[in-house]
Design a protein. Structure first.
Ligand code: GDP
Ligand code: MG
Length: 163
């Protein structure tokens, strides 16, 4: 059985960019798990010699404003409940927000192992956010740039034991 890796985090941190980087064009056709919200994408990821299924939690754009928090929570809970490991993405450039803290609370309570990724870490603008990420209590953050393809060897090193 191929491992399932869920990419989670608040909007705009770079989850879909990471998904696209890992999946390229190998998009799964459907995610027809019964009773599961549709707003997520599943793909066949490759990272070095690793192959795994990756789930992008997306589609929050459509959420009605009043239910955004609730939908994010539900979608994230579904994705991580189903996953062997969660990639929790934060934006190293913007630093932590209260929504990141909400996600971190949720993930700390989950039995699913979590790897913390500080994205947009190319250049020096991400250094503050990277340091801040240690305070989430989810282990050492891994600095990546999904857009520029940086930090993927470090991601490989932490994913290899779990996928
Ligand atoms: P999502 O809402 O979490 O899925 O985030 P997206 O993948 O849609 O990305 C949100 C924005 O961040 C887009 O404008 C991306 O181009 C940008 N972005 C994603 N990854 C990086 C990165 O590594 N560095 C920088 N500087 N921008 C990024
Ligand atoms: Mg997205």
């Amino acid at each position: 059985m191929v491992a399932k890796v869920a990419i989670v985090g608040r909007p705009n941190v770079g989850k879909s960019t990471l998904f696209n980087r890992l999946v390229g064009k190998r998009l799964a056709l459907v995610d027809d798990t019964p009773g599961v919200t549709r707003d997520r994408r599943v793909g066949e990821a490759r990272l070095g010699d690793l192959k795994f299924q990756v789930i992008d939690t997306a589609g929050l754009e459509e959420a009605a404003a009043h239910s955004l928090e609730g939908r994010m929570r539900k979608q994230t809970e579904e994705a991580i409940g189903d996953a062997d490991v969660a990639l929790f993405v934060i934006d190293a450039r913007s630093g932590l927000t209260p929504t990141d803290e909400t996600f971190a609370d949720l993930l700390r309570k989950s039995p699913t192992p979590v790897l913390l990724l500080a994205n947009k870490a190319e250049g020096r603008a991400g250094e503050g956010g990277l340091l801040e990420a240690y305070s989430l209590g989810l282990g050492d953050p891994i600095a990546i740039s999904a857009e520029h393809g940086e930090g993927l060897a470090d991601l490989y090193d932490v994913l290899r034991p779990v996928v």
